[in-house]
Structures are given as C-alpha cells and as structure tokens.
Design a protein around this ligand. Sequence first.
Ligand code: ADP
Ligand code: MG
Ligand code: ZN
Length: 477
Amino acid sequence: MKYETVIGLEIHAELCTETKIFCGCTTAFGGDENTHCCPICLGLPGVLPVLNGKVVEYAVKAGISTNCSIAEFSKLDRKNYFYPDLPKAYQVSQYDLPICSRGYIEIDTQDGPKKIGITRIHIEEDAGKLLHDTDDGSTLIDYNRCGVPLIEIVSEPDMRSAEEARAYAEKIKSILEYIGVSDCKMQEGSLRFDVNLSVRPAGTTTLGTRTEMKNLNSFKALVNAIENEKARQIELIESGGEVVQETRKWDDIRGINTSLRSKEEAHDYRYFPEPDLVPVVLERDYVEGLKSELPELPYVKLERYIREYGLPEYDAGVITASLPMALFFEECAGIYSGEPKTVSNWVMGELLRILNEKGMEPAQIPFPAKHLAALLELVDKGTISGSAAKKVFTEMFETGEEPEVLVKSLGLLQINDENELKAVIQAILYANPQSVEDYKAGKEKALGFLVGQTMKETRGKANPQVVNKLLKELLGK
Ligand code: ADP
Ligand code: MG
Ligand code: ZN
C-alpha cells in the first residue's frame, strides 16, 4: 500500500525586543545564570506584569507578512502546568483569541508554488532552562530566558514531505529575519520547530493519528525527524499496530526516536484569561502604520536582484533566501568594480559550500563583505589566479585576515613578470624538443602541453595568458 505523509508545524520564534514581555529585564542571550531576572519574570507573589508594546508590534508585523487577519480584539490566557523551568507554574499565552489568524505563505515545490495555511500566530512567554549535565548528577535552573517573548506560528496540516516542511520552515525564517522581529539564531534556540505528523493511505482524506516531536533546532534535525517518524508509523501500521497520539523525542545526534508522554489535551491545561492583563485592542490606523513600516520582503528583493543586478532568477532566489546572505551580497556587489554575477558565483559557490560543510549560518560569515570584494579585485588585476583565490578564500574563512595579507603569507602571488617567465619557458622548450618540433609542424595541441609544463614548473603561479603569449613569441622565432 502507498502512504501519504501529513505534516503540520508549530514554530516558536523568540522576538528580538530589548526587554522581556512583562518586565524590563534584558532578553540578551547567555549572561551569568539568573542575572537577567526580577520578581516579575520569576513570578513572585504580588507582582503585576505589563505587556511590552514591542511584542504586540512584532507579532502584528509577522501576521501581516504571512497574510494573516489581525485581531482587533485579543487577550492573554494562563496555560497552567508544573515544570521546574516555569516558576509561576503557568505560562502566559493566548488561547481562543490569538492576535493573528488565517494566513498563508507560498513555498516552491517540484510541482510549482504551493500555499501552506497558517492557522494562527499567538504571543507567549518563554520558560527558563534546565541544566542537567552537572558533575554530581543534579539539575540546575537558569531563569534568564523566563519571560523572553515568543511568537508561536501554527500551520495547517498542509505539508506532505520533509522537503515541503523544510521549504516552509526556511521561508518563515527568512520572513522573520527580513522584518527584523527575530534574529532566528537556531544555535541559540531563537527558532524552534515542533513537528506534528501522521500518515494515511494515499488517496484518502481523513487525517490519521498524529504524533508530535518538540523543539527541533536545525533544518537537518527537522528533516531527519520527519523521515524517521514517517518510516516508524508506516512500519507500525504495516505490522498490524496502531499509531498512538503522543509526544515523542527526536535525538538528532544519536538518531533515536523515543516516546516521551501521551499527548496532553487543551483541557489539561485549565486555560483561563490572565486576570492581571487588559485585553489587546488594536486600532486600524495602528495596524496600517505597521504595514507601511515593513521592509522589502524576500520575494520583492528577489525581483529587484534580477532587475538591478542582472542576476539569473536561480541566483537571486538562493541569495535572497537569507537576509544576512543578501546583505553580504549587496555590500560586496556595491564595492566590487566588476560584475555582480561574479560576486553571486562566489557567494553561491565557495561561500555556501564552506558554510554547509561547517554547518554554519550566513549570519556567522567570519569576514566582512569588503574582503571578498578585495579578493575579486586581486583576481581581476592578475595579482593572483582564480585557483589561488579559492585557497585565499578558504584561509580567509578560517582566519578573517585580509586577502592581501594572505596572498603574501601563502606565497600565492601570480608571476606576471615576462623576464622571469621567459627563463622558465626557455628551459621547458629545451627539455621538450619533440613538442617544439610538433608545434612548428602545425600541431596546435603541442602548445597546450608546453603551457601545462610551465604551469607545473611554477606550481600554478604563472599567469596563463602571459605564458601563452610568450610561448608563441619564442616558438615563432
Ligand atoms: P496542539 O497545540 O495540541 O499541539 P493543534 O491543534 O494546535 O494542537 O495542532 C498543532 C499542529 O498539528 C498544527 O500545526 C496542525 O496543523 C497539526 N496537526 C493536527 N492534526 C494533525 C494530523 N492528524 N496530522 C498531522 N498534523 C496535524
Ligand atoms: Mg503542539
Ligand atoms: Zn524580569
């Protein structure tokens, strides 16, 4: 039997406001444990939360950019559960009246563009962090992250494969980065994915029983978790078993998929309206004002790259997918005197290759755009060859050093000096009399061989154009 996979994603994004959602504590990542806290975010008795206006603004911007309706009236609710990382024993979230709902985004698939529905976007607070790996086996708690604002973006179960889920998650990340509401640093937990997945016989329309895997924090983990869980469910059904609705844990390092607990239902949380906060009432002018503040979104930038820089659509799509990548490209193309396509080739080639190899994000590019521009100028001026430039590039990525400095320290200066090259070539001609004769007898191929020998002798540093020219001169005599 053939199966169809059905996937819905819940995406948590930490908002990059300066202060927390209900108090003035900093949201800065890290810091000494329990130093970014106050009585409000620790939930001490008698304190009163005040909603941070920026949180509303950022959530609304996320909603507008994903084609959602923005609620004129919404409210916050308490979601009650006990866990040591949640000192209040409830999380302030939104239950029945989220701030944004009924949106969609479009992703590219093999069969063309596809709309993925967004059920809702709501605002809530993050919890603290438990540190389990202490020497004595005890658990420590860091409350710095308590009260950092989040939006949760809940999709419709519209995705049918790991590729679609990845494309959707990447698009959401790129939109949030563009509108500047989250730094989306997955290595710091600013963007986390929960996968809901079920399978059903291909061609049927009722939804199968789903499982949920929480807190995946890389695209790789997302894809691996989906592939693994899909295979597990199909195998279970094929062997006569039944999928149970539960929360499972995907350990991406060990590749292990285990059951955590049976799925909790909404009524388990005893939701009720947060009595310490007033409802959020938004006027039309406020929402319209935010709409007009939104920057160029990824697909608009893409069109501009084609128009303004003359890039092929493919290049423009790859580069604009990530804002840090796009900004790096724009800065480099602005300084470099050559063609933007050359910059694009290097960004999509060498740069993406090394980033992928190292599992790094474009936001972590360890050297400034002007270094790449300077490197490309060195190639254009003939100071170094194209292949030497690749070596410099790799080294630049490791050290962040300027290309001019690296060219010297790596001994990669291209030999353009005609007298120096003439001496080398004369020796080569002397050592290869047969090729000289062949060339003079009209065999053009012999020239290629002699160029090759010269390049070999200079360990690739000779300027091939100059070598070609000199060889013809010397052989003509
Ligand atoms: P909860 O908050 O309890 O996890 P929701 O009803 O908000 O539940 O749904 C969470 C996610 O699960 C949504 O993204 C939704 O699209 C997805 N989903 C719901 N039912 C299924 C299903 N049968 N198969 C796959 N995904 C599902
Ligand atoms: Mg869920
Ligand atoms: Zn605080």
